[in-house]
Design a protein around this ligand. Structure first.
Ligand SMILES: Cc1ncc(COP(=O)(O)O)c(C=O)c1O
Length: 385
C-alpha cells in the first residue's frame, strides 16, 4: 500500500455499479447475449421521450454555454423542485400547505453526494456514528467507511423487514466503547432492497428521536410509493428527506439528487458541497423533467401493475419467498439455500440467459422493467426453478 494512504482504506473495495458485469450490461459480451435486460439498478426502463431529448439537445446547442461554469447555486432548479415538493405533498393528501422554498433545498450530483455531505456535516472528527438497519441501501455504510465514520448495524424482522426498534434504541442508548454516540439514523422509505415502507411503529420511533440525532429519510422511490414524510418535516428540524431524479424521472445518467431540510441544514449542505457540483446539462434535464412530469410520471401506473403481475407470478414459484413492495423492484429469497450456492447459480443462470438482477442481502432484487422484459424474467425463472 502506498505509504501516504490512510491505513483503513486498504480494506475497502470500490463500488461495483453492475456486480453482474458493467460491460455485459451495456454491450453484451462473448459469453453474454447481445440484448441484456438490465434489471439490477432500479432505473426506469423507459428512456426520455424523443421530443424531450430534442428539447434538451436544443438547449445545449442554443442556450447553454459549454465554456461557462454551470449555475453554482442551482437557482432555477431549486425553485422548480420546491414547487414539485409542495405539489407532491398535496397529492399524497397529507397537507395543503406550500411551505417548501428554495431555502429548504440542496441539490447534488446524485443523492449519493448528499449522503456524503450529511456525514461530513454531522459525524467527522469522531463526533458521531451512524445507525443503519440491515438489509438496506449499501451506500450509507460504504460512504461512512470512506470517511472513517463508525457504522452501527441493527437487524430487521425476518418476515416484515420492519426495523428492530428495541435494538436500535439500545444502540443509541449505549454507544460501543471507544466509539462516538450515534448522530445519524438512515432510513429508506420504501426500503431497498426489500421494498417495505416505514410502518406506524417505525414512524413513531423516528418522531421520538432526540433533536441531536439527524434522521435521514431517503425517499428515492417516492414517485412509486406516493408515501412521504414531507408534511411532518416542519415539526422536525432534525429530519431530512433525500430524493433523486435517477428513478421515476428517468435521468439516472444525469446524476441529480436533492435534499429537503430545515433551512439551516440546507445552508450547511450548501457550504459543504463542491462549488459547481452539477453540470448545466444535468440541471436543465432535471428542470425539463419537472416541467414535463405529467408525461414522465405517466409510466408509473404501468410499472406498478407490472410489479404486481411479477409479484403474483413469483409467489407461485416453488421454493421462493417474495415480499410485497411499495417501489419499482421486488426482493426474493430462496427458502432452502443454506450454502447460498443455489442463489448464486440462479443469479448466474439468469445472467447467462440475458436478465441482469442484483444479488444482495441473501436474495435477488429484481427491478420492474418493460412488460416484455418482465415476461422474459418470468419465463426464465420458470424454466430455471
Ligand atoms: C435508497 C437509495 N437512495 C439513493 C440512491 C442513489 O440515488 P442517486 O442516483 O441519486 O445517487 C439509490 C440508488 O439506487 C437508492 O436505492
Amino acid at each position: 500500500m502506498l505509504p501516504f494512504l490512510r491505513s483503513d482504506l486498504a480494506q475497502l473495495v470500490s463500488y461495483t455499479p453492475h456486480p453482474g458485469g458493467a460491460e455485459a450490461a451495456v454491450h453484451g459480451s462473448p459469453t453474454q447475449p447481445a440484448r441484456v435486460d438490465r434489471l439490477d439498478t432500479n432505473e426506469s426502463p423507459y428512456d426520455l421521450p424523443d421530443d424531450l431529448k430534442q428539447k434538451l439537445a436544443w438547449a445545449y446547442q442554443h442556450e447553454l454555454e459549454a465554456n461557462r461554469y454551470p449555475d453554482g447555486g442551482h437557482a432555477a432548479l431549486k425553485g422548480a423542485i420546491a414547487q414539485y415538493a409542495n405539489q407532491s405533498a398535496h397529492q399524497s393528501a397529507q397537507s395543503t400547505a406550500s411551505w417548501v422554498t428554495s431555502a429548504h433545498i440542496s441539490v447534488s450530483n446524485g443523492s449519493d453526494e448528499l449522503i456524503r455531505s450529511l456525514l461530513i456535516a454531522t459525524c467527522l472528527r469522531a463526533e458521531g456514528s451512524v445507525l443503519v438497519a440491515d438489509p438496506t441501501f449499501s451506500m450509507y455504510a460504504i460512504t461512512a467507511n470512506t470517511l472513517g465514520v463508525p457504522v452501527v448495524r441493527v437487524g430487521r424482522n425476518a418476515q416484515t423487514f420492519e426495523t428492530d426498534l428495541a435494538a436500535a434504541s439500545h444502540a443509541i442508548a449505549t454507544p460501543a466503547a471507544g466509539q462516538p454516540a450515534i448522530r445519524v439514523v438512515f432510513m429508506v422509505h420504501p426500503n431497498s432492497p426489500t421494498g417495505n415502507a416505514l410502518t406506524p411503529a417505525e414512524m413513531d420511533w423516528l418522531r421520538s428521536l432526540p433533536p441531536h440525532i439527524l434522521v435521514v429519510i431517503d425517499e428515492a422511490y417516492f414517485e412509486f410509493s406516493q408515501q412521504t414524510v414531507l408534511a411532518e418535516l416542519p415539526q422536525h428540524p432534525n429530519w431530512v428527506i433525500l430524493r433523486t431524479f435517477s428513478k421515476a424521472f428517468r435521468l439516472a445518467s444525469h446524476r441529480v439528487g436533492y435534499a429537503i431540510a430545515h433551512p439551516e441544514l440546507a445552508a450547511t449542505l450548501e457550504k459543504i458541497r463542491l462549488p459547481y457540483n452539477l453540470p448545466s446539462l444535468s440541471q436543465r434535464a432535471a428542470e425539463l423533467a419537472l416541467a414535463h412530469q405529467d408525461v414522465l410520471l405517466a409510466a408509473i401506473p404501468t410499472l406498478l401493475s407490472e410489479r404486481d403481475r411479477l409479484f403474483q407470478f413469483l409467489a407461485t414459484l416453488p421454493g421462493i419467498t417474495v415480499w410485497p413492495s411499495a417501489a419499482n423492484f421486488l426482493f426474493l429469497r430462496l427458502q432452502n439455500d443454506p450454502a447460498a450456492e443455489t442463489l448464486e447459480n440462479l443469479f448466474q443462470s439468469l445472467k447467462a440467459a440475458g436478465t441482469l438482477v442484483r444479488k444482495t442481502c441473501g436474495g435477488l432484487r429484481i427491478t420492474v422493467g418493460t412488460p416484455e422484459e418482465n415476461q422474459r424474467t418470468c419465463d426464465r425463472l420458470s424454466s430455471l426453478l
